[in-house]
Design a protein around this ligand. Structure first.
Ligand code: NAD
Length: 416
């Protein structure tokens, strides 16, 4: 498959929104680029005594609406800084579309975490934090988990930051374990938010999802909780799931709890009893009511888009659909619930975590769920209303809502 640079995708999506909004040239150009980028080189001691050099990134895309916020990805994929830039841009639109007072950022380290021991991961996490701490703070920029980073990694980073500063700063990083100031409900927040958006979309379309099928590509934090909550809240039937090694399929339905337990126990989906193997590519093309792309970017492209047969694609992954594929899905009348709306539950509860850390007073889980539901439902309504008013698809509408908010903040600050 030809490589699509995710930052080119992010810029072209913005360009389209800027044209529709009639943004002036300076505002448009400002929003096409990150405000600050840091590239760090990290020497880290491996367990065998060798020193290995890692490359790390942190991008603060736009902070007009508040401190930048965005996850840290540990991945060996190509893209490096451009992938981080794209993810940071999408974070900017994401915090704006759910209307939380934050900007967008993102970071990462090029590495293969599956080849690292826990001690090596800890040394890498601490080395990264030492290198980027100078641009982080509750009032500047706050990281969180993303692909292959965990609450444990957030805990090591928070500890390193607090050691450097000589005082407590739990709000400098979110997605922490609960005993260290993590929020109730952060673990499943990304998928829960997606399921709420899906619930509202089904209502708007007049589609009853109870008993209908779902397939999930990517079975980590986002994918596993989508399986559990899609079933529990909406009555969806899981028929297929996949991870980096391949997938499993059973048209009669798979028990989501058993599949999640199996994945957690064995580290993979392959070999799950009562299911046949399916490739990642074939999973995407299944005839299902709901597809949850929940792995990485650029999986639905112009090459396979015309073979996609779901009714709704609920994008928990960032950037799974290229712009050319988007157009094809739209023509096929497939409703795409765009990434930065559908997966905004994670950053919303991360924001709740920051708020609780600042007050040093913690909310019960029901309150987190209620406030998340309220934020996501309102965000859906705003975007859906825009689709009706401007006769555009959901992604275009989400861009119009988000970009207008960020542009307004830049103007109010007198930047443009
Ligand atoms: P994770 O590390 O918990 O899980 C990633 C999963 O994707 C793993 O199951 C892995 O095996 C699978 N995977 C990797 N490469 C794959 C491939 N080529 N094909 C199929 N599966 C593959 O990560 P996550 O936190 O669940 O993130 C998944 C996606 O959701 C990413 O795009 C991330 O940016 C996005 N996202 C996550 C959050 C969050 O709060 N965790 C929030 C918003 C968006």
């Amino acid at each position: 498959m030809p490589y699509t640079n995710p930052f080119t995708t992010a810029q072209s999506q913005l360009d389209e929104a800027a044209a529709r909004l009639g943004l002036d040239e300076a505002t448009h150009e400002l929003l096409r680029w990150p405000q600050l980028e840091l590239k760090v080189t990290l020497p880290v001691e491996m367990d065998d005594g060798r020193i290995k050099i890692f490359h790390g990134y942190r991008v603060q895309y736009n902070g007009a609406r508040g401190p930048t916020k965005g996850g840290l990805r540990w991945h060996s994929g190509k893209g490096g800084m451009d992938t981080v830039r794209a993810l940071a841009a999408w974070m900017t639109w994401k915090t704006a579309v759910v209307d939380i007072p934050l900007g967008g950022g993102k970071g990462g380290i090029t590495c293969n975490p599956k080849e690292l021991s826990d001690r090596e991961k800890q040394r890498l996490a601490r080395a990264y934090m030492r290198a980027v701490a100078k641009i982080l703070a509750v009032s500047k920029d706050v990281p969180a988990p993303d692909v292959y980073t965990t609450p444990q990694i957030m805990a090591w980073m928070m500890d390193e930051y607090e050691t450097l500063m000589g005082e407590h700063h739990p709000g400098v990083i979110t997605g922490k374990p609960i005993p260290l100031g993590g929020s109730e409900g952060r673990g499943d927040a990304t998928a829960r938010g997606g399921v709420i958006i899906l619930r509202e979309a089904a209502k708007a379309l007049g589609v009853d999802l109870n008993g209908k099928s779902m397939a999930i590509q990517g079975f980590g934090n986002a994918g596993q909780f989508a399986a559990l909550l899609g079933h529990q809240i909406l009555g969806l039937k899981l028929v297929a799931a996949s991870d980096s090694r391949g997938g499993i399929y059973n048209a009669e339905g798979l028990d989501p709890r058993k599949v999640v337990d199996y994945k957690l126990r064995t580290g993979a989906l392959e070999g799950f009893p009562e299911a046949e193997p399916i490739s990642n590519a074939d999973l995407l093309e299944l005839e299902v009511t709901v597809l949850f792309p929940s792995a990485l970017e650029n999986v639905i492209t112009a090459e396979n888009a015309h073979r996609i047969k779901c009714r709704i694609s609920c994008e928990l992954a960032n950037g799974p659909t290229t712009p050319a594929a988007d157009e094809i899905l739209h023509q096929k009348n497939i409703l795409v619930l765009p990434d930065f709306l559908a997966n905004a539950g994670g950053v919303t509860v991360s924001y709740f975590e920051q708020v609780q850390n600042t007050y040093n007073y913690y909310w019960p889980i029901d309150m987190v769920h209620e406030r998340l539901d309220e934020k996501m439902t309102r965000a859906f309504e705003g975007v859906y209303e825009m689709t009706q008013r401007e006769k555009v698809n959901m992604r275009q509408a989400a861009y119009l809502v988000a970009v207008a908010r960020v542009a307004e903040a830049c103007k109010l600050r007198g930047w443009v």
